[in-house]
Write a protein that binds this ligand. Structure first.
Ligand code: GDP
Length: 318
């Protein structure tokens, strides 16, 4: 057990990549010492309920309840509610499972009763038996919009789940996050952090919204903690998901070096994949300490090894 006075290890997190990394991190350090500050730029209302995709992916994964194949949703869930809504004429491209629906229904009811998203998220993670603190980045609505030629724009979930993540992205609008307040506890956690980790998450639509919040960068700097990230780009491509299309859409090279350049103002150390070892010197030239290892989290053991590498790099940078 960690002494209760241990300063927190704070991880900036998106969805699937982050959740897998966090599951490894809790093999390396006591779960009670870990706090995840999670993107809410993907949050939206579907079927009358408040859906928080990344918060729930992280919660379900750490609870060992996630659908492993998909990386989101609850293992063994059924889809009776969305299918019944479909029969009533609703659009059902957002496939929310029945048990997942219950989480969102609970969240919606608590928010309507006046509870904050941070408190409700904490209730949900405790109900799922998760010891890691899970904190939404903000309680204000922070929808991320993906932009296309001609000024057309869609909510990130429409882009991903409805439209299948097309490649002709021209930009990403994080204006809502830029005008939002960090959730209660977020800047305090960062300022108190012993180590700040940046999960292998989508740099544009998962880490981008968190860093866009007013005061976030200042809180990171004020912590004096080493800030270490893991590259979500391996061998010039994302391991999964549309990070390549979004990076290109905002004019960033799809590579470990491209992501390092995006993070360079506030990141100190970067873990990159062995397949990208030739980029280590360039990452170093950006002023970051680079470490090369296998970053593919094929199972919990691999995720734990990756987390240990990130923690060792942080210890060297302290
Ligand atoms: P999303 O909600 O699925 O977009 O979740 P995240 O934002 O957390 O993560 C997406 C990113 O995680 C993608 O860019 C993936 O390439 C990256 N990712 C997923 N699994 C792995 C892995 O095993 N290793 C590394 N290095 N990156 C990963």
């Amino acid at each position: 057990m960690a002494p209760t006075h241990a300063r927190p290890i704070v991880a900036l997190a998106g969805g699937v990549g982050a959740a897998r990394f966090l599951r490894g991190l809790v093999e390396a350090v006591p779960a009670e010492q870990v706090a995840a500050v999670v993107n809410t730029g993907d949050d939206a209302e579907f079927y009358g309920v408040h859906v928080s995709p990344d918060l729930d992916i992280v919660t379900y994964t750490l609870a060992d309840r996630v659908n492993r194949e998909r990386g989101y949703g609850i293992e063994g869930d059924s889809f009776g509610v969305v299918d019944a809504l479909g029969a009533l004429g609703h659009e059902t491209w957002f496939r929310l499972g029945d048990r997942d629906f219950a989480t969102c229904l609970h969240r919606t009811g608590r928010l309507r009763a006046g509870a904050g998203l941070a408190a409700v998220t904490d209730e949900i993670r405790r109900a799922f038996g998760v010891a890691v603190r899970i904190v939404p980045m903000s309680e204000d609505p922070c929808p991320t919009y993906v932009e296309f030629e001609g000024g057309r724009r869609v909510h990130f979930e429409e882009y991903l789940a409805r439209d299948g993540a097309p490649g002709d992205v021209r930009g990403v609008d994080l204006a809502a996050a830029r005008a939002a307040r960090p959730a209660p506890g977020v800047t305090e956690l960062l300022r108190a952090a012993e180590t700040i980790l940046v999960c292998p998450s989508n740099p544009v639509v998962s880490i981008g919204p968190i860093l866009a919040l007013p005061g976030l960068r200042e809180a990171i700097a004020a912590s004096g903690a080493p800030v270490v990230g893991v590259s979500p780009i391996v061998g010039g491509a994302p391991v999964k998901g549309p990070a390549d299309r979004l990076l290109r859409g905002v004019g960033i090279e799809v590579s470990a070096r491209g992501v390092a350049g995006l993070y360079r103002d506030w990141l100190h150390g970067f873990v990159i994949d062995a397949r990208d070892s030739e980029q280590a010197a360039e990452v170093g030239a950006l002023g970051l300490r680079a470490v090369v290892t296998d970053t593919i989290m094929r199972d919990r053991g691999a995720a734990a090894a990756l987390a240990r590498t990130a923690l060792e790099l942080a210890a060297q940078l302290r």
